[in-house]
Design a binder for this molecule. Structure first.
Ligand code: PMP
Length: 775
């Protein structure tokens, strides 16, 4: 399992478009690639010669961890000469590229939960770098009308007691915006009063145009210098991206902390590249100037061409090698039958229809824009802009803009929260008092649900939970003075508490703290009701239930046994009615086992969307939780259409993109009023396994069935209580001890006197087999 820290972050999206463009080029398609993030010039000859010399002299071993002394000295000299900065070699750390410098720095200064202010549009790596250090990126959007410059007011407003640092990228990737001295001074004034660091990413400092005077943030005074760490390198200025050399320059204490991290990760940067970088920094600088002059010529050309495209406006940048045109006017319009909704949609349109690769602005936190790089030949720029012009002029106002009905709520907490059973009344009372004090009068919702006859009252301050709760359960109006049988507090925004749930069986009190996830609330409610009805001889079976010619059949099994697939297969048969997609409550009445579905709606994962033709349309009209609306939130690594992702093409959402997305589906909608049944006489229990060897259908004897049910394993090997496998396939069970086990055993033993039990191999069996094998 990949750690959560890493599953949370997306791979660099810049690479995705570039990779697609590369694949197209490999197929012989002529793509104008305007997505590149590196100069197209060769590394200067003197630099290459220095590297060859280093190899000849066998300078091929580990070097000093922090970088060779002559390179650290050369960095100091350059900063002195170019920007008047005084640094000593022990204030310089040489790393494997500026990206590596940034990573070391953020790891060195950011504690868990620390906030790092990142003005948007931002270079894609900043937020993820902060996330990897368990910090919290605080994105502040700069405005095009301010020239994409962070204002002192915006900075002041973003600083909190948790702020640790500001990342200031000057000149900026992707906008090309460059701060003048006055603008920097204004920010410095705010910072003087605060105890925060400035991460000054000045990697593009040499690439500036129109005679602009670059000012380093560290040059704003000794006090500011003490709070500033400059990130720079040779990648961009000397066309040395592949050599992987970057520098961090700042207070010795920070540099030495970063050095410790480096000593355990990459050690020193490449020895040969270090020697080459000494030459780059100390040798003649005219190659840099030549490159800058050429970039300026290209920038002017690109701006001129963009001006001629109706619907595009573009800010004039004075640094780096990107322009960042505003393309919002094309959104909501149509081309080639596809509606363009966002920058990803436009990027894919341009790649497919115009064979031009650019980077969608959303990757930089600014969806109204695209990034065009002019670090490519004039010929390529001409070709690319001709094609952009042609392709954008084909975009038309959509004939009918498809209305989006989807009612989706994205929760902060996406997975089941752990439930802790509390025995002590005192602890319950303290928790309830704490919850009551946070509920307040505003935003306070309560509603009584009738769950299989048990009245459960929800008290919450989360609108979404209330909304889903009311949608999901049958109402239980209680008269004044009558108490509900059970109460659940679902309280969010309680300081100092992790998302978690508690259950106190004696008073039938449930408490869910700091989670807005309905799935967790529903599970807690079902578990509580189950626990309270057990002594009445009522139990629940967790599985998918149908009626075949009015007789109940329930499918149970561990994840991966294709329960849901089989359920939808069965529903296609005329003799089959749907009962529940998750749980049925069962009680005995004379010789019958009566199974009830107790929810008004199916709370169903939307990644089932392909199992039935109607689902997509029905989910569209259902209340949903956590449907993915942005490509970077997609967690479906098995998606077969990754290359042709519908979100990339501008679709507003994708139902299969996350296993955490659920819809509140009205069962009548899938099955029709005749196709849905609430109560059955349960006749068959089907335990599923999925392999390539076992027979399709085996009828089980009672003892064998009981053993398999109890262990939760088709092999029937009895597991200990602490085992991860859910006994009786039921993860809703809250309290679990020998007495409870005995009650469950008794229930299922009785059930097996009423129903036939089959072990079905979904790897072999079809729904036809199920039909044949079961009554
Ligand atoms: N900072 C910014 C703003 C950049 O755009 C880049 C490269 N795209 C880097 C840092 C990283 O540079 P390097 O290749 O030296 O790691």
């Amino acid at each position: 399992m990949v750690s959560e820290r890493v599953t949370k972050i997306g791979a660099s999206p810049t690479l995705k478009i570039a990779a697609k463009a590369k694949a197209m080029k490999a197929e012989g398609i002529d793509v104008a690639d305007l997505s590149v993030g590196e100069p197209d010039f060769p590394t200067p000859e003197n630099v290459k010669a220095a590297a060859i010399k280093a190899i000849e002299q066998n300078f091929t071993k580990y070097t000093e961890n922090d970088g060779i002394p002559e390179l650290r000295k050369a960095v100091c000299q350059r900063l002195k000469e170019d920007y008047g900065l005084d640094y000593k070699p022990n204030e310089v750390l040489v790393s494997s590229g500026a990206k590596n410098s940034l990573f070391n720095l953020v790891q060195a200064i950011v504690n868990e939960g620390d906030e790092v202010i990142i003005p948007a549009p931002y270079w894609v790596t900043y937020p993820e770098c902060v996330n990897l250090a368990k910090g919290k990126p605080v994105i502040v959007e700069t405005r095009e009308e301010d020239g994409f410059i962070l204002t002192p007011e915006q900075l002041r407003a973003a600083i909190t007691p948790s702020t640790r640092a500001l990342i200031l990228n000057n000149p900026n990737n992707p906008t090309g915006a460059t701060y003048n001295r006055e603008q920097l001074e204004a920010l410095a004034e705010v910072i003087r009063k605060e105890d925060i660091y400035i991460i000054a990413d000045e990697i593009y400092s040499k690439l500036i145009y129109d005679g602009f005077q670059f000012v380093s943030f560290a040059a704003l005074g000794e006090d500011i210098k003490k709070k500033t760490i400059i990130i720079t390198g040779v990648s961009k200025s000397y066309s040395m991206t592949g050599w992987r050399i970057g520098f961090a320059v700042g207070p010795a204490e920070i540099i030495s902390a970063m050095s410790k991290i480096q000593s355990h990760t990459t050690s020193n940067a490449c020895s040969i590249s270090q020697k080459a970088s000494v030459e780059a920094l100390t040798g003649p600088q005219y190659e840099v100037n030549r490159m800058v002059a050429e970039f300026q010529r290209r920038r002017n050309y690109v701006l001129m061409r963009l001006q001629q495209i109706p619907g595009i406006s573009c800010f004039k940048p004075q640094g780096a090698f990107y322009v960042f045109p505003n393309v919002k006017s094309f959104y909501g319009k149509e081309a080639g039958g596809i509606q363009i909704r966002n920058s990803y949609g436009l990027a894919y349109y341009l790649l497919r229809e115009a064979r031009v690769a650019i980077v969608p602005g959303d990757a930089f936190g600014a969806d109204d824009y695209i990034r065009i790089s002019y670090a490519t030949s004039m010929e390529n720029l001409e070709k690319g802009l001709d094609r952009i012009y042609e392709a954008l002029s084909r975009i038309k106002t959509a004939k009918k803009v498809k209305k989006i009905y989807l009612q989706n709520y994205v929760t902060r907490v996406k997975r089941q929260v752990p439930v802790e059973v509390i025995a002590e009344g005192k602890m319950r009372d303290a928790l309830v008092a704490e919850m009551e004090s946070h509920l307040g009068y505003e935003n306070y919702y309560d509603w009584n649900a009738n769950i299989n006859g048990t009245i459960v009252q929800l008290r919450t301050n989360v609108g979404h939970l209330y909304d889903f709760w009311v949608e999901n359960w049958f109402p239980a109006q209680i008269e004044a003075g009558l108490e509900p049988h059970a109460v659940i507090y679902a309280v969010d925004n309680v300081p100092g508490r992790e998302p978690r749930a508690y259950y106190h069986p004696e008073t039938r009190t449930g408490i869910m703290v700091n989670s807005d996830h309905y799935g967790s609330l529903r599970k807690l409610a079902l578990g509580m009701v189950l626990d309270s009805q057990e002594h009445l001889g009522i139990n629940a079976i967790r599985g998918l239930a149908v009626a075949v010619d009015s007789s109940g059949l329930v499918l149970v099994g561990q994840p991966g046994t294709k329960k849901t697939e089989l359920f939808f297969e069965l529903l296609k048969k005329p003799r089959v009615q749907a009962q529940s997609n998750e749980i049925i409550f069962v009680r005995f009445s004379g010789s019958k086992a009566i199974a009830d579905s107790v929810e008004r709606k199916f709370y169903i994962p939307t990644n089932t969307v392909e199992l039935n033709d109607k689902l997509s349309r029905l989910f569209d009209h259902s209340k949903c939780e956590n449907v993915v609306m942005r490509r970077e939130d997609c967690t479906d690594r098995t998606c077969p259409i990754q290359e042709e992702c519908r979100l990339d093409k501008g679709a507003p959402y994708c139902f299969r993109a996350s296993a955490d997305a659920y819809a509140m589906l009205d069962p009548n909608w899938i099955a029709g009023p005749q196709g849905f049944i609430r109560r059955t006489n349960l006749k068959s229990l089907v335990i599923l396994r999925n392999d390539q060897v076992s027979p399709a259908v085996v009828e089980l004897k009672k003892e064998e069935a009981l053993r398999i049910l109890e262990s939760g394993e088709p092999s029937g090997a009895v597991k200990s209580i602490s085992s991860k496998t859910q006994p009786f396939f039921n993860p809703h069970l809250l309290v679990w001890n020998e007495d409870k086990l005995a009650l469950q055993r008794m229930f299922f033993s009785r059930l097996l006197d009423h129903v036939k039990c089959y072990l079905v191999n979904s790897g072999m069996a079809t729904s036809e087999d199920l039909f044949r094998g079961t009554p």
